[in-house]
Design a protein around this ligand. Sequence first.
Ligand code: ATP
Length: 223
Amino acid sequence: MSIEVRGVTHRYGDRVVLRDVTVTLTEQRVGVIGANGSGKSTFARLLNGLVLPSSGSVTVDGRSTRGRSGAEVRRSVGFVFTDPDAQILMPTVAEDVAFGLRDLPRSAVPERVAAALDTFGLAGHADHPAHLLSGGQKQLLALCSVLVTEPKVLVCDEPTTLLDLRNTRHVLKLLAELPQRVVLVTHDLDAVLAMDRVLVFDDGRLVFDGAPGAAVEFYVGLV
Ligand SMILES: Nc1ncnc2c1ncn2[C@@H]1O[C@H](COP(=O)(O)OP(=O)(O)OP(=O)(O)O)[C@@H](O)[C@H]1O
């Protein structure tokens, strides 16, 4: 499976935030780093069609994020936001996880939800109001609710920003062990060292694309 970004330029109003980005991603683990405002989140959002490029194209497994195939891309590419409150949709923890499974036969749902909650250490919170969870628990719930839908690729936009050290390690370990492909946008330069490939953005341009050690060195050189 490959994600192809071809000649993508993106504007918000008059402001150009991505400039002629072309890249093909085939690795299991891809890191994305760069300064604040360099375009990382916008790039991440292109990958599942949350953002459609002003020009150029994005295809996943040959399917465009634009038009009719967009819905299929959104099903196969899960997206985890920095702020879990932006994606927790249902009143209780279990209901939130079940929401992603609403197209499954009802009888299949409880088992899938229970297994997912267990994996994320949330089994004891199944009936708790989701908004009362701690920041770290909410982040785990957001991840859980996306992964329960079994996407082929998981795009995470700074998923550890709100987490303490323990939960950061927990989430990074979970991400490392996933069978899925992962694209991780992060400011955590240690975390990207575990990736197969790292992209560095600067002012909307993809300015480095290669091995993690060299990417971090390049980024540090920019700063
Ligand atoms: N919805 C939007 N409308 C207008 N401008 C936006 C929007 N989203 C992002 N921008 C602008 O686009 C630029 C790139 O933002 P983006 O969030 O992609 O950067 P980033 O590298 O992820 O930054 P950070 O590390 O701070 O999260 C910024 O200047 C930002 O202000």
